[in-house]
Write a protein that binds this ligand. Structure first.
Ligand code: 13P
Length: 378
């Protein structure tokens, strides 16, 4: 393959969306509301997210996981956002790399498109988690990028588990305090009984708000992150089942009341992926069931964009983030694109002439050998 170069120049309009520092958003939200952190992976979701954020006038966090970056290609995702930034003026957003390992965090940091990364080393023993998090903090802090770390296991805690078994999964508050002090991370994902996906709880188990309260007591003022924040509405599950899906009707998620209580207990960021996928599944199953002769992806795609936008706006309202954009516009740090395509933090909005110039060097260039493609998705 010949080395080749393509230069694309985007003119950022004066009123382009505000790409801001995750940490400043978290600090502004802390104790009052939570930021919806939405995992998105295709253009319909990006449109829906930005439309929903526009409607709600709510700041949002856009998240790409390591698996999503492998699936779509990081450049594809990152430049979907460059488009959204220009199409949706008025949106205030931060870009976060969700569930990274050390290599993907380094890659995200080097790309210049992210204002925070998550190092997910929670599966490792405590000391190794500390060490991995310290290394990522070292890489990021000198560039003004924030680090989310995780302590505890994001697995459902079941009724029949012993107290010891539950304790092994949930975040230990004393360890959380030590972990934050030793690593210097900027926010912490805590395990309080929820998990990723559609099947979060069995029996009477819900969020362990008592554990959250103790973590808050030890780490007052420090933003906590709730992973597994999807609501998994039963109506959505039923509609998917009626349209031929085989989801189990025991699927359930985090209730509105629990989310509100968690926000009062220092949760400033709520991660949501599954709910967006359930809407996607329901929209497409119903569409093709009702119109079996159809094969144009744009028809259900439009419905999905609208429904996802509506979902995002409603979720932001529930989290208390509606209408908070104007108060951030003045304080947030904008990530301003420089001419080498690497954003740099600056407090000024870019001028109308600010341009993002991307120099792609094909397979021989920057992206050489760093990633394969896989069809798996988180
Ligand atoms: P859900 O599976 O509840 O949407 O959680 C997603 C998540 O925590 C991504 O990091």
């Amino acid at each position: 393959m010949n080395d080749w170069k393509v230069e694309i120049t985007f003119q950022f309009p004066e009123n382009a969306a505000m790409r801001v520092s995750t940490q400043e958003l978290l600090q502004a939200a802390y104790g009052q509301y939570a930021l919806g952190a939405f995992n998105v992976c295709n253009l319909e979701q990006v449109h829906g997210l930005f439309r929903g954020a526009t409607e709600a006038r709510a700041p949002v966090i856009v998240q790409f996981t390591r698996v999503m970056r492998d699936y779509a290609h990081p450049l594809m995702l990152e430049h979907l956002l460059c488009g959204a930034e220009m199409i949706y003026p008025g949106v205030t957003f931060a870009v976060h790399h969700d569930h990274g390992d050390e290599a993907s965090c380094a890659d995200a940091i080097a790309s210049g498109h992210y204002s925070s990364v998550m190092i997910d080393a929670s599966h490792l023993p405590f000391e190794q988690n500390v060490a991995a998090t310290q290394r990522v903090v070292e890489m990021t802090h000198r560039r003004g990028i924030a680090v989310e770390a995780e302590l505890g296991q994001l697995k459902g805690v079941e009724d029949e588990m012993s107290v010891e078994a539950k304790g092994a999964l949930l975040t230990d508050p004393a360890q959380a305090e030590e972990f934050v002090q030793r690593t210097g991370c900027d926010s912490l994902a805590v395990a309080i009984g929820t998990s990723h996906g559609a099947y979060k709880f069995t029996g009477s188990q819900r969020l362990h708000l008592d554990v959250l309260a103790e973590i808050k007591r030890r780490l007052t003022g420090f933003p906590l992150v709730l992973h597994g924040g999807s609501a998994v509405p039963s109506e959505e599950i039923e509609r998917i089942r009626e349209a031929g899906g085989r989801l189990d009707s025991s699927a359930s998620g985090v209730s509105e009341e629990e989310l509100k209580q968690a926000i009062a207990l220092s949760v400033a960021k709520v991660n949501i992926a599954t709910d967006g996928r359930l809407i996607w599944t329901r929209v497409h199953r119903e569409f093709f069931r009702d119109q079996p002769g159809e094969f144009d992806f744009m028809h259900p795609g439009r419905i999905y964009m609208n429904e996802f936008a509506d979902f995002v706006a409603k979720k932001c309202k529930l989290l208390g983030a509606t209408g908070k954009v104007s108060c951030h516009g003045n304080v947030a740090t904008r990530v301003n694109h420089t001419t080498n395509g690497r954003p740099s933090a600056t407090s000024a909005r870019p001028s109308a002439s600010s341009a993002l110039k991307l120099k792609r060097r094909g397979r021989q260039g920057l992206r050489k050998g760093r990633r394969g493609f896989s069809s798996a998705s988180r």
